[in-house]
Design a protein around this ligand. Structure first.
Ligand SMILES: Nc1ncnc2c1ncn2[C@@H]1O[C@H](COP(=O)(O)OP(=O)(O)OP(=O)(O)O)[C@@H](O)[C@H]1O
Ligand SMILES: [Mg+2]
Length: 466
């Protein structure tokens, strides 16, 4: 255990001042950071705000009894260990307490040796957990493959495939749900391929206005259209000799798909308005979160282009199909967030980790990363608890909590509180939906019933910088 990890916190709840002092002194000497509460209500309120590693709770208190405090703690923070104490111990209460998950039941005047042993266990649990997390972090570091972490068979297989294919691919299609890591796969193919160190140009096809596509990709000559004051090379020419990533390739308009196919087949681009084509030598990695085969069947994507791109197809599985990776991804994200925030963070408590492993993760690794970053920001000890995970996972309007990717600048004018103009409501709503989609624009657009492009226009209009 690192020497400077913070002392565990202990909360004593009793209406008897003398017990608070007595147990408090004892726990302090045992190395705990002690807090006291003079009643059940106060304890419940307090535990909603701050966490404790262990709570020592009196059974009989005038306002709220110890068993209710125990129930509240179990609900709010399953990792907090609870020890109940009672003046006149009844067997029934003791049985009930243990059923509810208390670690022990002490009868006053109680045996301090026993309390000492219990507190020793609590400390040992925390330090064991720190060791587990440290080990996970180390494994995550050792597992890293071109910036990707994946321990389960699905990702290991993908890494093997990338390793074998990278020296040879000229064109590949990388598919998978949003946030699974397609961009990282593209980078890995590039880094392990023969063109490493040459140009690597990424273009998000969803963010280019339809009318500008051709000139963006293939360039134009002076006077080709109004506004074309100078000749300009397109991205294919810029990437000559290197690699181009066509992100969200499914968003390319049909007419452009035909032109793109021609470029791939012929190895020549023609600037808009130019007479002569130019030769380019570019490796093309296309990424999509759509099912292009289905898109082709629906007439939205050219089948011939799909076959041309999909000579090599790499599919990245969704996070819910490789949950075994979650603890290691979490370890890496906690490490990164800790470094950035300048915080010493060990990682999630066991209950928080269980929650992470079980979550649906519609936004995949990106969503997980956002949730972890937010939880790290909120964490006040070195452990990340369920509560912090939850406030990262379920952002809502009104409370001021929002997903990481979706924070835009404050509205420029008008008090935020009573600005009910339609556009400000729309802006708010977009921010909310973006946050709920883990910052993913594709998902947000779908939920909002907008096209990708329409969402981009609104983001720009409202000054939302994802
Ligand atoms: N295996 C992984 N290990 C570590 N980080 C990962 C992994 N997969 C994804 N990430 C991280 O998750 C985020 C999303 O990844 P990426 O941008 O590659 O997803 P994507 O599939 O391209 O998503 P989209 O379809 O929305 O473009 C990035 O911050 C990336 O670094
Ligand atoms: Mg991407």
């Amino acid at each position: 255990m690192p020497v400077d990890s913070p002392p565990p916190t202990l909360l004593i709840v009793d209406d008897d001042e003398a017990i608070l002092t007595l147990v408090g002194r004892f726990a302090e000497r045992a190395g705990f950071c002690v807090r006291t509460c003079a009643g059940g209500w106060e304890a419940i309120e307090r535990l909603a705000r701050e966490r404790a590693d262990v709570a020592v709770v009196d059974l009989r208190m005038p306002d709220v009894g110890g068993l209710d405090v125990l129930r509240a703690i179990r609900e709010a923070d399953p990792d907090c260990q609870v020890i109940l104490m009672s003046g006149a111990g009844t067997i029934e209460s003791a049985v009930e307490a243990v059923k509810l998950g208390a670690v022990d039941f002490l009868t006053k005047p109680f045996d301090f040796a026993r309390l000492k042993a219990l507190l020793g266990h609590v400390k040992e649990d925390a330090s064991r957990r720190r060791r587990v997390l440290e080990a996970e972090r180390k494994v995550a570091r050792d597992l890293e493959f071109c910036g990707m972490i994946g321990r389960g068979p699905a990702m290991q297989e993908l890494f093997g495939l990338i390793r074998r294919l990278a020296p040879h691919v000229r064109t590949a299609l990388i598919s998978g749900e949003t946030g699974v890591g397609k961009e990282l796969v593209a980078r890995a193919l590039y880094q392990l391929g023969p063109r490493r160190g040459r140009r690597f140009v990424t273009i998000n096809c969803a963010s280019i206005a339809e009318s500008l596509f051709e000139s963006e990709l293939f360039g134009h000559v002076r006077g080709a259209f109004t506004g074309a004051v100078d000749s300009k090379p397109g991205l294919f020419e810029t990437a000559d000799g290197g690699t181009i990533v066509l992100d969200e390739v499914g968003e390319i308009p049909l007419a452009m798909q035909a032109k793109l196919l021609r470029v791939l087949e012929s190895g020549e681009v023609q600037r808009v308005g130019a007479v002569e084509p130019r030769r380019v030598d570019v490796h093309v990695l296309a990424a999509t979160n759509r099912d292009l085969r289905a898109e082709a069947r629906a007439g939205r994507f050219r089948l011939d282009l799909f076959y041309r791109l999909g000579v090599v197809e790499l599919w990245v599985p969704p996070l819910r199909e490789r949950r075994e990776d979650i603890p290691y991804l979490t370890a890496a994200f906690v490490r990164d967030a800790g470094e950035r925030l300048g915080k010493r963070l060990a990682g999630p408590t066991p209950a928080a980790e269980r929650q992470l492993v079980a979550a649906p993760w519609e936004g995949n690794v990106r969503e997980l990363r956002n949730v972890i970053e937010r939880a790290c920001l909120l964490a006040d000890g070195d452990f990340i608890t369920e509560r912090e995970i939850q406030s990262g996972a379920a952002p809502s309007t009104g409370t001021g909590t929002r997903g990481f990717d979706a924070r835009g600048p404050a509205p420029e004018d008008g008090p935020a509180g009573d600005d009910h103009s339609l556009s400000s409501l729309e802006r708010e709503h977009i921010l909310t939906v973006l946050a709920q989609s883990g910052g993913n624009k594709m998902t947000a657009a779908r939920r909002l019933g907008l096209s990708r492009r329409a969402l981009y226009r609104r983001l720009e209009r409202y000054g939302i910088r994802p």
